[in-house]
Design a protein around this ligand. Sequence first.
Ligand code: PGA
Ligand code: ZN
Length: 426
Amino acid sequence: MVMSSEVFSIRRVKGLEVLDSRGNFTLRVCVSTDFVTDCGDAPSGASKGSMEAHELVDDSFPRRVSKAVELVNTLVAQSLVGVDVRSQWRVDTLLRGLDGTPNFSKIGGNTAIATSIAVAKTAASALGMEYFEYIGGARRKRIPVPLLNFINGGLHGAGFLDIQEFLVIPLGFSSFRDALIESVKVFQLLKKELVSRFGKSAVMAGDEGGFSPPVKSSVDALGLLSKVIESAGFTLGKEFFLGLDVAGSNLFDKRKALYRLNGREFTAGELMDYYRELASTYKLVYLEDPFHEGDFDSFSALQRMLSSTIVVGDDLYVTNQERLLIGCKSKSTRGVIVKPNQVGTLTDAIEFAEMALGCGNLRVVSHRSGDTEDPFIADLAVGLSSEFIKTGAPARGERTSKYNRLLYIEEEYSLEYAGRRVLTMI
Ligand code: PGA
Ligand code: ZN
């Protein structure tokens, strides 16, 4: 008879370089027991917070991650072989110990997160469970509301728009499937509208699968989205809402202490007035990183002013509990981005999400702009019962893999769609 400890013992940990959606090499780690193998990928951001876990990449062109592969195959493998694959906390603690720095500056957050995810997936496979069931445990599960990135600007776009993400949010539907079908209708209408206004080059995809059209300002982009939502037969503020990820750090001129947006300079106070106007005109229910990553006070002031908008911290928190504690104390936000690779381990990302909920923040499990076809974050979102998921436009394989996984989970497990009731939580 095979003893259970042997069934779950890690036998092999193997790293390899694979391509991400931008055509850059990134790290995949595969973990095996005697009976199953499963793999995890490290995604990669373009608009990173300065406090994120360090990403270990070679000093090479094109970008390679051979040093991270080498580390996985030697140091990481030596430390994890023989460990029970179900001991996620132990694995993640070992990874932290191997590195010894707070931000994974030695082995790399990419080395850590790809390993950490691979271990969780292999454990679930070994137990014959879905990943979301394994992660979620006793939590009540549901399908998150997608924040669909229809227009890509900032560091993800063609250079026409300063704001990074223009998000369409299908809150007013009773299932994820209906929400997605109607969102796709709006997306395809937007495509038609852009082709007729600007020609075919306006519908080439940005980094997150959305369009990057030559519109002149944020107001024009929001106007366009409102128009197509209405021409699809919906009402802004009823079925659909809009949101923005400003990625404020990228607009901030440290020397002048001013923001540059739409060819104009703004103080934090002026920017706040601008957001207030946008929020009331365009039903902005979601506003991510409206200011630079160090300005907790402006986040707090804005959140106080906009009572029906979820102000969200991404670069502000970088999925880090210590930073979240500052935000909780100063009531800076009502939402957080959960990006496992910002912090380096699944255990840390899950604890961060729990802590966020504990201090009244909704959770947005998020991809990165450089991502792979691995749908794992869809399972993470369902497992955590997060309110939202952010995984780009409903186009391009590395984005659709997550949406397709959610369609499957909803269909197969009859889970409820988080939908409009998430608004009652703010
Ligand atoms: P990144 O940006 O993945 O390029 O860092 C995504 C975001 O800011 O939400
Ligand atoms: Zn962001």
